[in-house]
Design a protein around this ligand. Structure first.
Ligand code: GDP
Length: 544
């Protein structure tokens, strides 16, 4: 036994050396693979939108689950969203992709990278950071300071929710293009609507901001257009010794004037770069205006190679309903819309101008839906089907979104009273009918947001002319709706509707000036990717 042991122990060293050599090789290989893995994994994950600094220690053996990465990629909207949020604090941010078809419009990797860079800037300069406090102290000195690390755009709320979402997205693009930080002047009626869009910070302007932002008259010398009109601006590049105001208002309300619109031109943008705080007063989508200057041409091209996706991406990036609003959306969707074979959204909104009666507009909505085969017609019989299942070819849920109940009642009664020629099962729903716009009421705005969002989840959409409510739904949904054309002389329009060319919202009162040639011009014919809107001839929109 002892001998055997000895022999064995004599033979052992060689065997051990060989094995050790082989083991050493495989350990080295394993170590090499692990190192390579650890080095490349952050890159792979960052490409799909995961953090570039995962918490796995070097040396852990990790199996990359391609399916999990794909799910994560879908959840983060192809890199549009930051993964750095607590999911429970804002369920809609990561749950919404499971309520809609995947968007065929992927954000450019450049846009995703710029958003991450913006988030870092916002974190550095956000409310109550040392740099924010420094900017506030300098603001009190009543002049703008050159090369300040943190400059800001302050968004202020005007008009309905649709208008607000469009001006917020426009202001955010301005902030992205000019390396500013976007802060919002939150008012009582707009709390608990949207989640914070930037991780680890806040976009809400602190309430102790030293300027009262709502107290401004149209002829204030602090409105940029008035400064231009009053010749108080020195455009020259070497005018750094000049006094530059600490803050300036941009007046881009629907009735803005030529001097206000010069904001979109290169020289004016260069001047405004020197102003530390820009306050936006607007109720219109003004994104197409940035395409009129040469200054942002390259950057816009890199951010949005597909021009008709600006609001789609910025909207999906910024606007995540809070858990309260998301509860309204999901409970309604799951109860009434989820099971349908097809979901058809009818957004029915009328304005004082152009005037039209209920009967005429109802006629127009239905002619659009029937002529375009969005809804099936009913037969004149009031009979019933002998065979129940053989006639049922499909189920369609019609989501009527309107301030009024009448349209819903009428459509529902029509499908209740008569059989459908195609045999489809038609269900008609309306979440609320508020009867009147109450933008000052918080609960009303939550319901409005829930309905804008529900509309964005349908398969087929019909919208109303000039309605920013409809524009936002189509943009968030990535939908190109049929838009009802404005009634004419109190009669239904004929044709009743048209399919829109792109999902982009309209710039309803565009700047009619060629900044490059410095002369009046129709912006709808200046650039090939800006065209006139279907619902308003002078309005323009981005198309691809
Ligand atoms: P626009 O006036 O159509 O451009 O859309 P806005 O959203 O800017 O303003 C209209 C406001 O009226 C909405 O924000 C809501 O407060 C209210 N409103 C209009 N239509 C509807 C609707 O169909 N449903 C609900 N819940 N509110 C609506």
């Amino acid at each position: 036994m002892g001998m055997e042991k000895e022999e064995a122990s004599v033979a052992e060293p060689k065997k051990t050396a060989e094995t050790a050599g082989r083991r050493g090789d495989s350990w080295r290989r394993l170590l090499l693979i692990t190192c390579l893995f650890s080095l490349t994994l952050p890159y792979v994950l960052s490409r799909v939108g995961w953090s570039s600094t995962p918490a796995w220690p070097l040396g852990d053996i990790v199996t990359v689950d391609i399916k999990a990465i794909e799910i994560q990629k879908k959840k983060l909207l192809g890199g549009l969203l930051s993964p750095d949020f607590d999911e429970q604090s804002c369920v809609s941010r990561y749950q919404s992709p499971s309520y809609r078809k995947a968007s065929p419009f992927l954000p450019s990797s450049y846009l995703a990278a710029r958003l991450r860079k913006y988030e870092a800037l916002h974190k550095k300069c956000g409310p109550n950071t040392p740099l924010y406090k420094k900017s506030i102290e300098l603001l009190k000195l009543n002049r703008s300071v050159d090369h300040l690390e943190c400059n800001y755009v302050i968004w202020t709320p005007f008009n309905g929710l649709g208008n607000r979402m469009l001006t917020l997205a426009s202001s955010f693009l301005y902030a992205l293009l000019t390396n500013r930080v976007l802060l919002i002047h939150e008012t009582r009626e707009s709390i608990d609507l949207f989640c914070e869009p930037f991780p680890g910070t806040s976009w809400i302007l602190p309430s102790d901001f030293p300027v009262n932002l709502r107290w401004i008259t149209r002829d204030s010398p602090l409105i940029y257009g008035n400064m231009v009109k009053n010749n108080t601006i020195n455009y020259s590049a070497n005018a750094s010794a000049e006094w530059v105001p600490p803050y300036v208002y941009l007046y881009l309300m629907d009735n803005y004037k030529h001097f206000d619109g010069l904001f979109f031109c290169d020289d004016d943008q260069t001047y405004l770069d020197k102003v530390n705080w820009i306050v936006v007063h607007s109720d219109i989508y003004f994104v197409p205006g940035f395409f009129l200057s040469t200054r942002h041409e390259d950057e816009l091209q890199r951010l949005f190679p597909a021009k008709d996706t600006v609001f789609h991406h910025l909207g999906r990036y910024l606007f995540h309903p809070t858990n309260t609003v998301w509860g309204l959306v999901t409970r309604y969707f799951d109860s009434y819309l989820a099971q349908a074979g097809e979901r058809i959204g009818l957004q029915i909104r009328t304005f004082k101008w152009p005037p039209v009666s209920f009967e005429e507009f109802y006629k127009q909505v239905m002619s659009c839906a029937l002529q375009e085969n969005l809804l099936p017609n009913v037969t004149n019989e009031d009979g019933f089907s002998l065979s129940r299942s053989s006639n049922v070819t499909g189920s369609k849920a019609v989501l009527v979104v309107s301030l009024y109940a009448k349209y819903y009642e009428e459509i529902k009664s029509m499908y209740y009273a008569h059989p459908v020629a195609t045999g489809d099962v038609i269900s008609v729903y309306q979440p609320t009918h508020e009867e009147k716009q109450h933008t000052e009421q918080h609960g009303h705005n939550q319901r409005a947001l829930a309905e804008i969002y529900l509309l964005s989840l349908v398969d087929v959409l019909v919208t109303s002319p000039f309605s920013t409510f409809g524009y936002v739904s189509q943009g968030l949904g990535g939908l190109t709706p049929w838009i009802l054309l404005p009634p004419w002389r109190e009669k239904a329009a004929d044709p009743p509707c048209r399919r829109v060319l792109s999902m982009e919202p309209c710039f309803l009162n565009p700047f009619r000036f060629d900044c490059r040639a410095k002369k009046e011009a129709d912006p709808g014919s200046l650039l090939q990717f800006i065209t006139h809107c279907e619902d308003k001839a002078i309005a323009v929109k981005l198309v691809n």
